[in-house]
Each structure stands twice: as C-alpha cells, then as structure tokens.
Write a protein that binds this ligand. Structure first.
Ligand code: NDP
Length: 480
C-alpha cells in the first residue's frame, strides 16, 4: 500500500516517530494507503521551516507570489482527472462530483487568491491638513490551517491559498480521514517551485497534530473548518494565547419552500441540496419546511425523485450518491435515523444502510432518507447529522417558519423558495444565518463573505475578508 508522506521544508518526509495508520477507501471499506501518525515533533519541524521561510516569502514581490500560486492552480487543472479519482477514492464521493466541483474549485481557489492579492489595498484616513493616517496590512507570520474531510482539497485550498497569497507561511493539517489529495498537492507545490518551508503539510490525528498546531506558542493565527465541538475546544485553547481565530463550523440549514415558489425548480434543487456529497456538505439543507397548501404535492414529488437516486460505486458516472466517509460516520448517521423513529418520525424513503455486492460489499453506503412527522424542537431537527437524511415539516405563516428555521443553535446557511420579491427580502433579513440563498443553492461568488453565526462559527472566509484575516492592520499616523 502507498505511504503518504509529510511535506516539510520543501521535502516529502517520514513522520518523526516513523509510525503510520491505515487510510480506508469508503467504497470498499478496506484500507488502501498509510497515513503518517505525526506528532508535535513534526509540527515543530514544520513550524521551524515555516518560520525560516517567512522573511523572504512575506517580502517577496506580490507578482512573484502570484506566479507561484497560479502555477499551482494550473497544475491542479492539468491533473484534474487524476486528482478527482484520488479524491473520490479517499472520500467515497461520486467521481463526477469530484471532477466537476471539488478539484476545479481547488484550482479556482489558488487562482482567485493569486489574483486577489494583486488587488488588495488598505485604507487611508485624512484629518484634513492636520495629519494623515494610512493602514498597512502586513502578513502575520506562520499560519495554522486545519480542514475537514467532506470537501478535502476544496476546503484545504480555501484556507491555504489566502494565507499564502497574503504573505504568510503555513503549517497545515488535512483531515486524517481524507489526506490523499493534500499529499498530492505537496507534490504539485514542489513542481510549481514553491520555495521550501512556505507551505508545510503535517498529516495525522486531530488530537496530536491539530492540537500541537493550536497549542503552539508561536503560531499566532489559526483557520479551522470542522465540527462545532472541535471548534469550541480550539477556541478554549487559542483564546488565552490571544490567537487570531477563524472558525467555520457545523450547520443545520433550513430550506423554506413557499406555496408561490417555482415548483419544479424548487423540487430539483432541493433534491440536490439535500443529498449532494451524501448530505456531507456543511451547506446542505437538512430541514425542509414546506407551506401547508403545497405540502402533500411537494412531499410526494420529492419522495418520488429521491427514490430514483442511485446509490452506487463512486466511480460509476451514473451514481448520484457514493459511500459516506467512514464506518464510524455511517454508524452515527444510522443512529440518528433510529433516533428519528424513536422521536415519532415516519420514514418515507431510505432509512437504512445499502448493502452492495462484490468488492463493494463492505463499503459504507446509506440510502437517501426522508422523514416527516417530527416536531421542529426534537433532537433530529436540532442536531447536525451530516449525512443523507432530511426532515419535512409543514408550516402556515412566515412568522411560524421563521421561528422554526431560527430555532437551532446553528446559523450557517438557509435557502428560500418564493417568487414574491418582497417576501424574499423580508424573510432573508430575518433569517439568523451567515448566508441566504433565494431560489438557488450553492451558487458561490468567491468574493462574497462566507461563514456562519451562532454555533456555526466566527469570522468570515472569502474574498478580501480572508486576506484581511490573514493580515494584521497597522495604522501609521503622520502629522502634516
Ligand atoms: P472535526 O471537527 O472532527 O475535524 C476537523 C479537523 O480538525 C480535522 O482535521 C481533525 O483531525 C481536526 N481536529 C480534531 N480534533 C482536533 C483538536 N482537538 N485540535 C485541533 N484539530 C483537531 O470535523 P470533521 O472532519 O468531522 O468535519 C465535519 C464537520 O465540519 C461538520 O460539522 C461540518 O458541518 C463542518 N464543516 C463546516 C464547514 C463550514 O464552512 N462552516 C464546511 C465543511 C464542514 P482528525 O480528522 O484527525 O480528527
């Protein structure tokens, strides 16, 4: 089996302890590669390399940084097919999704921030003829970037690209469950001529490598995407060290369907927003609220469409859903389906593991599951499941649906379906989420602020927000 290696100081290296653990292929449930079981010694080595690289990288002409990051983007595009296959194998997601979303988006992330840094400007405040202030935006130092398993290279690059573009050097940790494309990215960085030590990738467990990054006294800025519980632990540790912190956490997103919606469009997109990537996108709409007058019509049409979705081999272009990411995650999702039944929910379709044949017999597949009849306050409707499970709930009025939509501790995104322009704006303004989509889902302009409120995190990624996060403002006041 192939051994993944750490990328430290421009080289692919073994972990200090020479220990590895197995990396599983969700489609087959079998191990297929080894992941370095790195620890704080590897993080320290990576930090020292990043520290040594910082002076030159941070002072480098922006055009040069731009050229290196653009080269990374081009190489990702050139290897799209290969990287997509690797991502699909590592994560269980349909190859088609990796080819059309994950890998193209990773290339775009590098391209976007390579160019963004050329346009990034800072403010100046004039005090008439008394004084003038100008603000310098300087890179901070060594940045720690920690990312999850659901969109592995996509979310990894979403952090690394702005951190590097802004002139920081980086110590990064991908999820240990899906490390393969981050490893392949290290090969690309070497080829793209990334100076040694600028980006360092340390593989391993969150409680060892992730924790060592968060606890490191000299890593002053941490960008984290992952679960809310982990985010809270990171905040507890980073707080007393006064680290700059960006947290993109969990969600329990409402999808609100008014009777005056474009029915077909709402129906089609809701199937996608419910089950894309096996429901393992932080932006998936897992609570579907349908206005009572169209509840039955929408429910029946939705269930009919969901029944036609094919759960299958991720490599097969006709599969709509592949495998979920791990056995442990599959068990968690299935336990939530049992909980929904205990709470009085009626399963309209799905509700169980899908057993495959042949080499996929031990893979981790779950049928897309639709549940109705649950109160909006129950655990199934309040806790993040992060799998192919949605609930349907009828509502009568705007006030009622807003109260239900805003009732969870999360506030990442929401979707609203209505052809009534005034209602769309009115409802959008009252939803407690960082992102609202009206009559669409997952439409992303990378210049817009991305992130959640409440327990869905703090800070925003995207556009110049990320460049502001990865720089420290310094005001200079000159008396005239
Ligand atoms: P986790 O919080 O379990 O892990 C995220 C990353 O943090 C992993 O690399 C993990 O390593 C690492 N980690 C775990 N424990 C620690 C620790 N104590 N200190 C430092 N790092 C640690 O999340 P998942 O990987 O399970 O991802 C799913 C979650 O991510 C969902 O809640 C989802 O909603 C959220 N998410 C949020 C997004 C957003 O933009 N708001 C986007 C995508 C996902 P290891 O894998 O080794 O545990």
């Amino acid at each position: 089996m192939e051994k993944i290696l750490n990328y430290i100081n421009g080289e692919l290296v073994e972990p200090a302890g020479k220990q590895y653990f197995e990396n599983y292929e969700p489609a087959t449930g079998k191990p297929y590669s080894y992941v370095p079981d790195s620890d704080e010694r590897d993080v320290e080595k990576a930090y020292q390399a990043a520290k040594a690289a910082f002076p030159e990288w941070s002072k480098m002409n922006k055009e040069k940084r731009f050229a290196i990051l653009m080269r990374v983007s081009e190489l990702i595009e050139e290897r799209l097919e290969f990287l997509a296959q690797a991502e699909s194998r590592d994560n269980g997601k349909p190859l088609k999704l990796a080819k059309t979303v994950d890998i193209p988006r990773a290339a775009t992330n590098f391209r976007f921030y390579a160019t963004a840094i050329l346009h990034f400007a800072s403010e100046s405040h004039s005090m008439e003829d008394f004084a003038i202030n100008y603000t310098l935006r300087e890179p901070i130092g060594v940045a720690g970037c920690i990312s999850p398993w659901n969109l592995p290279l996509y979310l990894f690059s979403w952090k690394i690209a702005p951190a590097l573009a802004a002139g920081n050097t980086v110590v990064a940790k991908p999820s240990e469950i899906t490390p393969m494309t981050a490893y392949l990215l290290s090969e690309i960085c070497i080829e793209a001529g990334m100076p040694k030590g600028v980006l360092n990738i340390v593989h391993g467990y969150g409680h060892k490598v992730g924790n060592a990054i968060v606890e490191h006294d000299d890593i002053p800025v941490i960008s984290f995407t992952g679960g809310t519980v982990t985010g809270a632990e990171i905040a507890r540790k980073a707080g007393p060290k006064f680290k700059k912190l960006s947290l993109e956490l969990g969600g329990k997103n409402p999808n609100i369907i008014f009777e005056d919606c474009d029915f077909e469009s709402a129906l089609k997109t809701t199937v996608y927003s419910s089950f894309a990537n096996q429901g393992q996108i932080c932006l998936c709409g897992s609570r579907i609220f349908i206005q009572s007058s169209i509840y039955e019509k929408f429910r029946d049409a939705f269930v009919e469409k969901v029944k036609k979705l094919k759960v299958g081999n991720p490599k097969d272009e006709t599969s709509n859903l592949g495998a979920v990411v791990s056995k442990q995650h599959m068990e968690k999702v299935l336990s939530y389906i049992r909980l929904a039944e205990e709470e009085g929910g009626k399963i309209l379709t799905g509700g169980q593991r899908v057993m495959m044949e042949g080499e996929l017999a031990n893979g981790w597949y779950i049928a897309p599951t639709v549940i109705e009849g649950l109160p909006f306050t129950c655990r199934t409707n309040q806790e993040e499941i992060f799998g192919p499970v949605v609930t349907l709930t009828p509502f009568d009025t705007e006030e009622e649906v807003l109260a239900m939509a805003n009732s969870t501790k999360y506030g990442l995104s929401s979707t609203v379906w209505t052809e009534n322009l005034k209602r769309a704006h009115r409802v959008a303004a009252q939803l407690h989420t960082g992102i609202v989509w009206i009559n669409c889902w997952l439409v992303r302009d990378l210049r817009t602020p991305f992130g959640g409120v409440k327990n869905s995190g703090m800070g925003r990624e995207g556009g110049f927000e990320a460049l502001r996060f990865f720089t420290e403002p310094k005001n200079v006041c000159v008396k005239l």
